[in-house]
Design a protein around this ligand. Structure first.
Ligand code: ATP
Length: 541
């Protein structure tokens, strides 16, 4: 035992620990930097870069680290790069770690819900802003455990540096054991030193995970969890109310969450029924054109999804898109917002060709995003697509700061105003996953109208909701239509709502508009047999 304690505090071995740490840090930091570059290359639009990165991964994941160490130390000098043993070992470890770290980064970036990316695009965020504000914060949270694993394996792999005579812990332990023949005490002491180092990595991982935890509890509870994670076998006293019973503040929160949160009273304007439809139609006919779609053709592979669509929507007009599933409603909305490209025809929003310059040449994703924000076209998605790591308030205020350049104060004020308007001011600090579907969609609508768009596209805004939540969302949309005078194109299966709110109904089937006209006329006296069949099927449901 004495010998064991002696080796534990022996400077010769402790120096070895220092070298071990140095190589590990070099390997991890270098691997992280190269991993980011490799991941970016693999995710890039440029195929050549992706192919080069993949080739690198195949070579460096597929060959033993020990050979890479020897290569860096003995072969690089042949081409004029002479490194010290420690630098060569650090470089080899970095080269070896890079493809593993790149895969962790890539898979976590791809794991972020694509709907949130579409929402960011629709809000006018540039690809860089989407990466920085939406993808990276969520990807980083989910990659911490895998990076912790990688750090532990890098630490253990650093022992291979002994092959190029780096005096790290394993080499020094072996040398000492060969000289003293006290194998057991020395290797036991060095094993314990490795355990302390990997234990420290585990502690760092736990702390980072806790700091990044979006549901982070108060500091006292955090300390208790930390101790419980460190001492899994030992009972750490639960605070009152933690076991079995729900503490009063949490119970209050849950009750608040499930409580009905009614919309504020409608403005007198919104409470009124639609004014005389014919007078309104005449007034709308004199308004500027908000959206103009001409001869739009869109294919997915061999399938023609939109086949020569012509559609004009005027400022303030509400158009309901009806049609059977697969008729192309969502695709049409996504094309209008330039979230999709197309094969033929033109689309103008607010008089501008979104995504192309005056000469018809395609703009970069960044320029398209800026144009989207400039023309003022908002979008609400079937699956809400709220940014999962941001509170309701931040979902609205964030894009106002990042895209419209508002100050934090102004953006927060506008977000609060809109949350009040959709009846959710009391849930401003809630994360999307703590809101019901109806509440999430109300926040998503508030987010879409926050920058004051002139055109709002709503893609089946209620079809992902439980029936009892549909009404609250439709009421928010109805009020927007009446109060704000936005041009709206709504794809919906809610016939009653379409009849009440829409000025015009456009019926799509097989990628073509087969009928369009005033909402009450189309709903009550459809002229095309497909419209009639669809309406009677929907009515029967
Ligand atoms: N990204 C895609 N890749 C390939 N095909 C697609 C893609 N998106 C849509 N489609 C196809 O395009 C057609 C139209 O789809 P779209 O979602 O626009 O219809 P929809 O009328 O909105 O349907 P629903 O009412 O069910 O949402 C469908 O046949 C669909 O399978």
């Amino acid at each position: 035992m004495d010998l064991f304690l002696h080796y534990l505090s022996m400077p010769y071995l402790l120096d070895g620990v220092g070298y071990t740490l140095l190589i590990t840090v070099l390997g991890l930091l270098g691997g992280l930097v190269m991993g980011v570059v490799l991941a970016a290359m693999q995710l890039s639009r440029f195929r050549t870069l992706a192919v080069i990165a993949r080739g690198y991964s195949i070579i460096f994941r597929g060959t033993p680290l020990i050979l890479q160490m020897v290569f860096c130390y003995n072969a690089l000098p042949l081409i004029g790069i002479k490194l010290t043993a420690i630098s060569a070992a650090g470089l080899a470890l970095a080269l070896n770690e890079a493809p593993f770290i790149a895969e962790i980064l890539r898979s976590n970036v791809l794991g972020v819900d694509r709907g949130q990316v579409s929402a960011g695009q629709a809000l006018g965020m540039t690809p860089a802003a989407i990466m920085r504000r939406v993808i990276a914060p969520q990807a980083i949270r989910s990659m911490v455990p895998a990076l912790g694993n990688e750090a532990v394996s890098a630490l253990k792999n650093s022992s291979l540096a002994s092959v190029v005579a780096v005096q790290e812990l394993t080499l020094r332990s072996t040398q000492l054991a060969s000289a003293t023949f006290d194998f057991f005490s020395i290797f036991f002491a060095s094993g314990l030193m490795y355990l302390v180092l990997t234990g420290a990595i585990a502690v760092i991982q736990i702390v980072v995970e806790m700091l990044l935890d979006l549901d982070r509890p108060p500091p006292k509870e955090q300390l208790r969890r930390f101790l419980r994670a460190l001492l899994p076998g030992r009972a750490v006293p639960e605070p009152a109310g933690a076991a079995g019973t729900v503490p009063p503040d949490v119970a209050g929160e849950i009750l608040e969450e499930i409580a009905v949160d009614p919309l504020p009273p409608a403005s007198p304007k919104a409470a009124l029924a639609r004014p005389d439809r014919e007078a309104r139609a005449r007034r709308l006919a004199g308004n500027n054109v908000a959206v103009e779609v001409k001869e739009l053709r869109k294919n997915y592979g061999d399938q023609t999804v939109l086949d020569g669509i012509d559609l004009t929507v005027r400022a303030g007009e509400v158009v309901a898109l009806l049609g059977p599933s697969g008729s192309g409603k969502s695709t049409l909305l996504r094309c209008i917002n330039r979230l999709e490209g197309w094969e033929g025809g033109t689309i103008r929003v607010g008089g501008r060709f979104l995504g192309t310059d005056e000469g018809g040449r395609g703009l970069s994703p960044r320029a398209t995003a800026q144009m989207r924000a400039g023309v003022g076209v908002g979008m609400v998605f079937q699956q809400f697509n709220l940014f999962g790591h941001l509170t309701a308030r931040e979902n609205i205020a964030g894009p106002l700061r990042w895209v419209q350049g508002l100050s934090r104060l102004d953006a927060d004020r506008r977000a609060q105003e809109l949350l009040e308007r959709v009846g959710l001011a009391h849930r401003a600090d809630a994360l999307p996953r703590h809101l019901s579907g109806g509440q999430q969609q109300r926040v998503a609508i508030a987010r879409a109208v926050a920058p004051g768009p002139s055109v709002l596209l709503l893609d089946e805004p209620t079809s992902a909701l439980d029936p009892e939540l549909v009404g609250e969302v439709l009421e928010v949309i109805r009020r927007l239509a009446v109060e704000d005078g936005l041009a709206m194109i709504i794809s919906t299966h809610q016939l009653h709502f379409a009849g009440e709110v829409a000025d015009r109904i456009v019926f799509l089937a097989g990628g073509s508009i087969v009928e369009e006209g005033p909402a009450d006329r189309v709903l009550n006296q459809p002229r095309h047999p497909l419209t009639a069949r669809f309406l009677s099927t929907m009515a029967a449901e």
